[in-house]
Design a protein around this ligand. Structure first.
Ligand code: 5GP
Length: 180
């Protein structure tokens, strides 16, 4: 069986870009597709962006212990389906791009998972950039900044940390971790 890697990190750190590079450049790396009960947005395809389920279907799957982890965001369920992840792990390394809470649940149920935290070169710079986005209300900005500290406080629970100073270097470090 291949590796299950969880990639987390504060907003704005470049996780999405790194995960995209990993899956685009490596045939043996796949991104896990989550289940959700929210409505598909324009252009989102079932089984690609998410597996779109009804609330009843999702709750049935919870009852069958079908999720590695799940959570509720903004009134909708989101979860990592065990069946999809384990089937994909037969042939590929699987990446979960999830937050620290989800990561802790995955580690508990699947201790072999490798938890990787992506860090900014400077936490102060990252916060300045988030403040610079200006598209947010004071309250939501405050929440976002607190969230950065919250996510980083889980660093001791992670197996690996990759500082994203240089995108290509960070990418190479991730590849090396997956190959270990
Ligand atoms: P969106 O609706 O914008 O696609 O996602 C909303 C939130 O759900 C994001 O914060 C995203 O990280 C989170 N999310 C997406 N998939 C999962 C999942 O499988 N598990 C958990 N716990 N959260 C998820």
């Amino acid at each position: 069986m291949k590796k299950l890697a969880v990639i987390s990190g504060p907003a704005g750190v470049g996780k999405g870009t790194l995960v995209k590079l990993l899956t685009e450049r490596n045939d043996d790396v796949a991104l896990s597709v989550s289940c959700t009960t929210r409505e598909p947005r324009e252009g989102e395809l079932d089984g690609v962006s998410y597996f779109f389920l009804t609330k009843e279907q999702f709750e049935e799957k919870i009852g069958q212990n079908g999720f590695l982890e799940y959570d509720n965001h903004f009134g909708n369920y989101y979860g990592t389906p065990k069946d999809f992840v384990f089937k994909t792990l037969e042939t590929k390394n699987v990446i979960l791009e999830i937050d620290v809470n989800g990561a802790m649940k995955v580690k508990k149920h699947f201790p072999d998972a490798v938890l990787i935290m992506i860090l900014p070169p400077s936490i102060e710079e990252l916060k300045k950039r988030l403040i610079g986005r200006k598209s947010e209300t004071e309250a939501s900005l405050k929440k976002r900044l607190e969230r950065v500290d919250y996510e980083l406080s889980f660093l001791p629970d992670y197996d690996e940390a990759v500082v994203n100073t240089d995108l290509e270097k960070a990418y190479e470090e991730l590849v090396a971790i997956l190959k270990k």
